[in-house]
Design a protein around this ligand. Structure first.
Ligand code: GN1
Ligand code: MG
Length: 375
């Protein structure tokens, strides 16, 4: 009550109860009297997100930009289609109680989330995230990186190399072969950063945590809005495209020990890509589009590097359920990246229109050759 009373809400608080099962932030539902709107109160995890002020500036810039677009388009029911953050009584979007950072947003009633991934939901998610990026393609505000170098492959490799050099947990000897395995692919996986340095690949505002459960649906299954905006930041569009497929199109869980069952599901790939391209084509450059297959393989590779660095460091970042957990996760992600690399030519055929296929034939031959060399 003390915390909620800092914010400019309507009505009197009747109850504050835990909401959802997020692992990073802590969330509560704030109920007010009959006839008044309810709210969501969140404690932002400051250990993971060091600059809450920047994070909230990002979120407010993004949600107000989307709101203005929806208003301009004459969209109905806008309060259900974009999150609405409530300022404190002195006009800030977070409250620091001396130990913790808090924020409040309006609760959107009568929603459901969808956790089952099917080609149908993947198509909708692709369309939704493409749309989200499209709406933010012309945002005037400069957004900050809420986690610095979050999806920077070169930085993630640097972290792994440091972990290997320090060998803090003394685990290196048994897993040196995995370091070698990852290093084989390291350079080509930094293609994004290289293209960026050459001025050929822009950063745009991306969500950076694209999963089905970060979309709210109404009771009929129509998309309402994208939620969980803490990682919204400038990144290559590959982030939203690739990270969704990493989790959604793997036939097993990201930490499955059954490596032989790891398989990249091309039906999910096709449906998600179709939805994404339908809404993102308006702003994607040919470099961005041509490199979507690279983005598919990039994310399990990057995740393998992150899990593995954590294993070498002695498991300090990701929660583990058993001692080898990060190692099992690493192997699963490598297996997925390998299966994706095998399927790159097929993906390229689907993404690139047939008219320009002949131009990239040479490129396709190169990727097939490279795949057969990575064993
Ligand atoms: C973390 O906690 P969750 O699942 O939303 C991580 C992602 C990883 C993911 C791997 C802030 O996300 O980048 O892809 O684990 N988020 C952060 O399971 O590091
Ligand atoms: Mg999350």
């Amino acid at each position: 009550n003390e915390i909620v009373s800092q914010f400019a809400i309507q009505g009197n608080v009747v109850e504050v109860a835990p909401l959802g099962n997020g692992l990073i932030n802590t969330t509560y539902r704030v109920k007010t009297e009959e006839g008044q709107p309810d709210y969501v109160l969140q404690n932002v995890n400051n250990a993971i997100f060091p600059d809450v002020e920047m994070l909230m500036d990002n979120i407010v810039a993004v949600t107000s930009h989307i709101r203005a677009k929806l208003e301009a388009a004459g969209t109905e029911d806008i309060d259900r289609k974009v999150l609405n953050f409530i300022p404190t009584k002195d006009g800030k979007y977070f409250y620091f109680d001396g130990a913790k950072y808090w924020r409040v947003m309006a609760f959107i009633p009568d929603t459901k989330s969808m956790t089952a991934v099917t080609p149908e939901t993947s198509y909708i998610v692709g369309e939704t995230f493409g749309n989200f990026q499209a709406m933010l393609a012309d945002i005037p505000a400069q957004l900050g990186e809420t986690i610095k170098d979050f999806h920077n492959m070169e930085f993630r490799l640097k972290q792994l190399r440091e972990a290997v050099a320090e060998n803090k947990a003394g685990r290196l000897a048994e897993v040196q072969w995995l370091v070698d395995e990852l290093e084989k692919r390291a350079e080509e996986m930094c293609k994004g950063e290289q293209l960026h340095r050459e001025g050929k690949l822009p950063k745009r505002i991306c969500h950076c945590d694209t999963k089905v459960d970060n979309i709210l649906f109404d009771q009929e299954g129509n998309v309402l809005c994208v939620i969980d905006l803490d990682t919204v930041m400038p990144s290559f569009i590959f982030s939203d495209y690739g990270d969704f497929l990493r989790t959604a199109a793997n036939k097993v869980a990201e930490d499955s020990p059954e490596i032989d069952k790891v398989e990249f599901d091309m039906e999910i790939f096709k449906a998600f890509t179709k939805g994404y391209l339908e809404s993102a084509s308006s702003f994607l450059t040919s470099v961005e589009k041509d490199n979507l297959p690279y983005a598919v393989a990039l994310f399990p590779f990057m995740q393998a590097v992150r899990f593995f660095a954590d294993y070498v460091n002695g498991d300090t970042y990701y929660k583990i359920a058993y001692p080898e957990h990060n190692l099992v996760r690493t192997r699963c992600q490598i297996a997925l990246a390998k299966d994706m690399l095998q399927k790159l030519p097929e993906m390229e055929k689907i993404i690139l229109p047939s008219s320009i296929l002949s131009e990239v034939k040479e490129k396709l031959t190169v990727s097939v050759k490279e795949v057969s060399e990575w064993n």
